[in-house]
Ligand binder design. Sequence first.
Ligand SMILES: [Zn+2]
Ligand SMILES: [Zn+2]
Length: 283
Amino acid sequence: MVEPARGSDDLYIKFWGVRGSIAAPGQRFGTFGGNTPCVEVRCGPRLVIVDAGTGLVALGVELGASAPSSIDLVLSHLHLDHVGGFPFFRPALMADRLIRVHCGNLRGESAEAALDRLFSPPLFPVGLAQLPGSFEHVGFKAGEALELGNGLTVPTVPLNHPGGATGYRFNHRGRSVCYISDIEHSEPWPPPDLSAFVKDADLVIYDGMFSETEYLRCQGWGHSTWEKGVALCEAAGARGLAIFHLHPQHDDSYLLGVEAAIKARMPGAFLAREGQELTFPPL
Ligand SMILES: [Zn+2]
Ligand SMILES: [Zn+2]
C-alpha cells in the first residue's frame, strides 16, 4: 500500500461511508465519519461504486459535472444502510448519465423491483424511474464473476448475512481489493472458500462491527468482529485489512483504542475512515 497519488493505471479506492446499520452524525464520530457504506473504486477512466449508503451523496457532489457518462454501481445487498443514498446521488439527477446497478444474490434477480418498492410513495416521494438519469438493472448470482472492462475483473462470493449479501474482489493489473461486508463469521473460521477468495489481496475491506464480547450478544445479526478479519487475512496471506461497517454507537475514542489493538496484531490493518484514499499502482 502506498500513499494516494492516483495515476491512470492505478487501482484507487476512496471511502465515502464506513458506518454500518445507520448513519452516526456528530462530533464524537468525526474521525471515522458517520455515513453508511459507499466505496469509490477507480481504474483508469472506469468508475465503480460499491454500495449506495449515505456516503454516496457526497461522492455525487464531488463528481458534479465531471461524472462519467456511464457509472457501475455494485450492491452488496439491499438493506437500507446500503441503498439509502441512491436517489440523492447527483448523477442520478442528470439526464445524460447512465447508472448500471449490479446486484448479486442467490436467485440472480436484479435490484429493480426492490428499489421500486422502496423508492415509491408513501415511503418516498418519487420512484427512481422518475429521476432524470437512466438506470440499467443487472442481476447475477453471487459467486459469478463480473467483467467491467478496462482490465477490471470482479469475482464475487456469497456471504453469510440475513437475506444474503455479496462480496466482491476487484482485480486490476496485478493488484486486488476485496469488499467483504456484510458478513457473519462461522465456525471453524475462516472457511476455505472465503480464504481462497481473498488470497494474497492487497486489501480486504471487512465487516468488523462488533467486539468479540458484543458479538456474543448479537449472534445472528449478520456481522463479524475485527479479530475474525485479522484471522481471515492471516490465513489468506492478505497484506492489508480495513475494518469497515463500524458500529453506529462506537465513537472516535473507542475506535482509536480498537485500532491500536488491531495494529498490534496486524501492522497492515486499520479502521476505514470516511475520506480516506488508497492507491495501488500496477505491478
Ligand atoms: Zn449493513
Ligand atoms: Zn445488511
